[in-house]
Design a protein around this ligand. Structure first.
Ligand code: PMP
Length: 428
């Protein structure tokens, strides 16, 4: 057992005990730069997990934008202000034409909570369809729609207005294989029909295009296309939670939902949008936004303030200037190919999946039986950290290594990660 240092003692004294630390031997990070982090002893770590610092830790242009706008003005959204308009214009230009009305918030959770309110107001129904294993945030309303939480330790189970489709995991889920999309869709169809029959109400369907906390699950082809079509046909609404997968991370596409050729009614953005600054946004269409304007005003003390908007706008510019979406595509493909090759040599690797710089490596006892190996996953993550690479694990069985680095991650970083993982696996 590692001896605790003073900082850890103080943290335990002052901070909530329900907040865990990463790694068996926690690290005191004192500096960040691009895709690297440095601890108090000057040890350098390759950050392969922090998707919030999207364009890189402490990017000079983001700091400059924050500094410049902070010196000039920071206030709330009840005044006319160019900063918020310019940003809303630039952001919605990246989205399908129908999605052009923004609500500014301060976290992914706030965005999802507001998106649910907007949707439920529009369809006059609280019936909500989610994917099993999904996480959508820490607010009370979101724990209630997050099987990742309500089915886990301390959770209170599924509320009666929430309906979970089996996790569309074609590797180890209820239905396997690339053609399982139709089968998962049939599960959603059953829920939609029974909800309509029982309560006469349509549903809001909220999902990530690739499930993050669920374990980097890429739903099989056709699942989203058919599900969106049905939900909308029955008078419901579709929310795409882009908190983890948006802003070019998936390489080929700027938004996760584009991977499935669907157009959501509402999108929720967070995490990477502000490169670590607490900024988030809900975007929807005019019709839905107008119905939400029912007399109860939406005001948010911090959401959409000029400093946040200047930062968000700078993030968009840097993604473009540094061609980070293209980089995610190129380096992501290379990394995925190298990991797939590693899978041939280590039977503990059951699956390598994902898109761009949003990848998952699922570890199993053996490739035939697909039994998850939790302790070994934990061990590998801690060994990789010792070797100077930061990763984490997730999924219902905590046996999926997640890779979602800052978007400046390069091919040398990818080789270093795979070579180090190879060496760690060989030693096991
Ligand atoms: N949606 C998804 C898909 C997330 O992964 C998270 C956070 N991990 C959230 C929403 C909540 O975001 P936040 O922590 O900013 O409230």
């Amino acid at each position: 057992m590692q001896k605790k240092n003073k900082l850890q003692d103080l943290r335990e004294y002052y901070l909530s005990p329900s907040l865990s630390l990463s790694y068996e031997e926690p690290i005191n990070i004192v500096k960040g730069e691009a895709q690297y982090l440095y601890d108090e002893n000057g040890k350098k770590y390759l950050d392969a997990i922090n998707n919030i610092q999207h364009v890189g830790h402490c990017h000079p242009k983001i700091i400059e934008a924050a500094h410049f706008q902070s010196k000039k003005l920071n206030t709330n959204t009840r005044y006319l202000d160019k900063t918020i308009i310019n940003y809303a214009k630039a952001l919605t230009a990246k989205l399908p034409d129908s999605l052009n009305i923004c609500f500014f918030t301060n976290s992914g959770s706030e965005s999802n909570d507001l998106a649910l309110r907007i949707a439920r107001n529009y369809i006059n129904s609280s019936e909500t369809i989610v994917l099993d294993g999904a996480y959508h945030g820490h607010l009370t309303s979101l724990i209630e729609i997050s099987p990742y939480k309500y089915n886990s330790t301390g959770g209170k189970g599924c509320p009666d207005y929430v309906h979970a489709v089996p996790m569309p995991d074609s590797f180890r889920g209820k239905y396997k294989g690339n053609n399982s999309g139709e089968k998962y869709f049939n599960e959603l169809k059953k829920i939609t029909k029974s909800t309509k029959k029982k309560f006469g109400k349509p549903c809001t369907f909220i999902a990530e295009s690739i499930m993050g906390c669920g374990g980097q699950i890429v739903p099989p082809k056709e699942f989203f296309k058919k599900s969106y079509h049905l939900i909308k046909k029955e008078g419901g609404l579709c929310i795409a939670d882009e908190v983890q997968v948006g802003f070019g991370r998936l390489g080929e596409n700027f938004w996760g939902f584009e991977l499935h050729n669907v157009t959501p009614d509402i999108v929720t953005l967070g995490k990477s949008i502000g490169n670590g600054h607490p900024l988030s946004v809900v975007v929807t269409n005019k019709k839905i936004a107008d119905r939400f304007n029912n007399g109860m005003e939406y005001f948010n003390s911090f959401g959409g303030n000029p400093v946040s908007c200047a930062i968000g706008h700078a993030v968009l510019n840097v993604i473009e200037e540094e061609k980070l979406q293209e980089n995610a595509c190129k380096v992501g493909n290379l990394l995925k190919n190298m990991l797939t090759e590693l899978k041939q040599r280590h039977s503990i690797i059951g699956d390598v999946r994902g898109e761009g710089l949003f990848l998952g490596v699922e570890l199993v006892k053996c490739q035939k039986k697909l039994v998850p190996t939790i302790n070994k996953t934990h061990y590998i993550i801690n060994q990789m950290k010792k070797e100077g690479i930061l990763l984490s694990s997730d999924g219902p069985d905590h046996n999926v290594i997640k890779i979602k680095p800052p978007m400046v991650f390069n091919s040398r970083n990818a080789s270093f990660l795979v070579e180090t993982m190879d060496a760690v696996l060989k030693k096991m």
